[in-house]
Structures are given as structure tokens and as C-alpha cells.
Write a protein that binds this ligand. Sequence first.
Ligand SMILES: Cc1cc2nc3c(=O)[nH]c(=O)nc-3n(C[C@H](O)[C@H](O)[C@H](O)COP(=O)(O)OP(=O)(O)OC[C@H]3O[C@@H](n4cnc5c(N)ncnc54)[C@H](O)[C@@H]3O)c2cc1C
Length: 394
Amino acid sequence: MKKYDFIIAGGGMAGLSLAYYLSLSPLRDRSILILDKETKSRNDRTWCFWEDKDGPFESILFRKWNTVEFFGTTFNGLLDIGDYQYKMLRGIDFYAFMKNHLAQFPSIEFRQVTVNRVKDTPQGGFVIADDEPYIADFVFDSTHALKLNRPENHNLWQHFKGWTISTEKPCFDVEKPCMMDFRVDQQGDCRFLYILPFDERTALVEYTIFNNQLLSDEQYETALLTYIDRFVDTGGYSVQETEFGIIPMSDEPTNERPGKHVVRIGTAGGYTKPSTGYTFQRTQRYLQEIVQNLVAEGKPKRHKPWIRRVFKRFLDSVLLNVLEYRRHPADDIFTRLYERNPPVQIFRFLDEDTTFAEDLKIMTTVPLGAFTIAALDVFRKRIFPGLVRKPPVS
Ligand SMILES: Cc1cc2nc3c(=O)[nH]c(=O)nc-3n(C[C@H](O)[C@H](O)[C@H](O)COP(=O)(O)OP(=O)(O)OC[C@H]3O[C@@H](n4cnc5c(N)ncnc54)[C@H](O)[C@@H]3O)c2cc1C
């Protein structure tokens, strides 16, 4: 059996990004096998993220904006995002770019197979896919399905349904995407719409919820219909494309290194920011770090000061606790955050680039009572996991 240097199980966002960074590094001639059950030829998702400089996918961005709109409880308006740009990348463009780029490297192979098993062995990372065995020095696995159900943790979902609509009347301002619009019935949860305009008559309108209960298709669609009828003067519209997604918002520890030769990456590696669901940019950062360490030390590890990581994760847990136990209306929390802090600072905070002092300053702008109770509850849940009070179900 041929032994590869690297096997990438799952050639989606994280797997292809990892292959890309390897191909740009001194490891570009190493043998790499990418396994995925799909051909990745559908526009199955859209990624949005912010950046304050050009990033690796600048040439394939579908749109980018210099400002974003926000509709909250006591504050509406355009956010000054400074040097940041809000960027949108379509899945289909990302997959095509990656396939094109990686095809230049004869040492990179693709196989369309279903991965049945990934295992660490003394000889290397071992994979069974469509009953065939494969082995490599390291297996990077993004196919592992997370099971997040520990009661002492907070396990919410970010779930959303979106329509790309084409309207009769010109009704979108192409310079103004709406990042969060809370003018929808919250029903005790965190619910908002966002709008990404492509031109005056076309936009992706997405209904998003943070809670612990998925909706029926009909419920997402009713919310989209109601919002569009109420707030967008379309003159009539048709739905061109539909997007649906579920992203874990959880502080349950994930096992990023299940073995010496196996590394989980992307959502499977716990790369999602628990309190926001944003995964794209963190995955890019973490994978670049892994490749740097592979080049420098031959080991796929990530560094981060321990205390800082624990504190950031604690802040995530506190917000999740507030949301899960409905300690304060979520629309008001996000409104306060964007109204009372420079939006640039919130972006840095969500990227985990703020200092301890900056984090504390931001924390003074949230409802202190609710967040203090939540912080105490996070400790209590960790210390007495048997005494966990069930969160309300939506
Ligand atoms: C619709 C949608 C929109 C999103 N929008 C954003 C956003 O705007 N911003 C953001 O930061 N994050 C967003 N996310 C979250 C996150 O960025 C994406 O889910 C991202 O694709 C995760 O990357 P990944 O590589 O971990 O998983 P994926 O991209 O899903 O890749 C996993 C790959 O593994 C393959 N696979 C799975 N099981 C097997 C198997 N058994 N055998 C073989 N292959 C297998 C799949 O076919 C897939 O190609 C979104 C998620 C969704 C679903």
C-alpha cells in the first residue's frame, strides 16, 4: 500500500484550504491524497467574513463592501467598519479556484469516495474509504461528525435558510449589505435577517436563528416571506436559489488531535467560534499556522497562549449561557454591542484579537446583571455537572 505524506479526508472548505496552503509552502511536492464523496460542483454555501487587508481569496470574492447596515432595538444605521471590508465568497467559486490551482501539482491526487473510518495507528494515520485502505504520515480529517450533547456545556445551533431573490423593482442598495436586522419576532431566541445585495434587483436574504430547536421548512419560509413583504419594496420577486445551513454554536471541547497521526480540521476540529458560528476565517488562520509548524518542525500543531484561549472560551460560554437560558433579549445585547463600541473593535473581539483589558471594556457594555448570573452559572455547571438545569426549549 502506498504511504502518502498527507491524506486530507473531506475536500470541503477546510480540506481544500489546507491543500492550498501546503501547495504554497516548501511542502508542495509532498504526496497528498484528498478524499471526498462529492464532486464539489454545486454552489452549496456562501461564506461571509471580514478582513482589514487583502486575503488569499481576493481574486474570487463575489462581492465586498466597505460598510454594513445594522437594525437593532434602539439603534439602526450604517456601521463604520474602518479599514475592514465585509466579504462574500460563493462556494462554487472557491471549489473551482481550488480545483484549478491544485491541478497544477502532480503530487496532489483526488478520489471521489466515502470515508468510512479514520484511525490512528503506530505506522501512521489510517483511512478506510469505499472499503479501500489508505495510510499517511498525517491524516487531516474534516469528515468527522461532532456529537455535542454534554449537559454541562452549552449546545446551540445557528440555523438559517436563505433565498437569492430577483425582484421586479430596483430595491437593493449595492453598497449596503445588512449584516443583522433584528426587526423580526424574536420568540425568546436570537433571530435576525441579513441581506447581501448583488445588484439593485438581486440579493441573498437569509433568516437566521440561534437556539436549540430547528424549524420546519415552512417556518423558515414564512419568516422570509413576511420579512420581504414588510421591509423590501420588491414589486414582486422570484426565488433563484435556496441555501440552508446548520452550524454548531457550542463550548463543548472537541478532540482536535484524536491520535498522533490524525488531526481534525474545520468544523470537525472545533474551529467554529462558539458564540457566532463564524468558521471561515478561523479555519484559514488555524490551517496557516498548522502548515507553518509542519514546515518548521514537521508537526501539525497550533500554538496559542493557554490563559488567553481559556478566557476567550469562557466569554463564549457566558454569551451562550445568556442565550440558552434567555437571560436577556438577544436583540438588545447585539444592539448594545454595536452601539456602544466601535464596530471595528467588535470585529477584533470576535476575531479574538483584542487584549484582556479590551475584552473587559467591551463586557461593560452588555447587560451586566444577566452576564454576571450567566458567568456564575458557567462555573456552577463545570463544578457540579450533575446539577445542571435544563435550558428552555424554543
Ligand atoms: C450553508 C452554510 C453557510 C455558511 N456560511 C458561513 C459564513 O458565512 N461564514 C462562516 O465563517 N462560516 C459559514 N459557515 C460555516 C462553515 O464555514 C462551513 O460549514 C464550512 O464549509 C466548514 O468547513 P469544513 O471543511 O469543516 O466542512 P465542509 O466544507 O462541509 O467540508 C467537509 C467535506 O467533507 C466531505 N465529507 C463529509 N463526510 C464525508 C465522508 N464520510 N466521506 C467523504 N467525504 C465526506 C463533504 O462532502 C465536504 O466536502 C456556513 C455553513 C453552511 C452550511
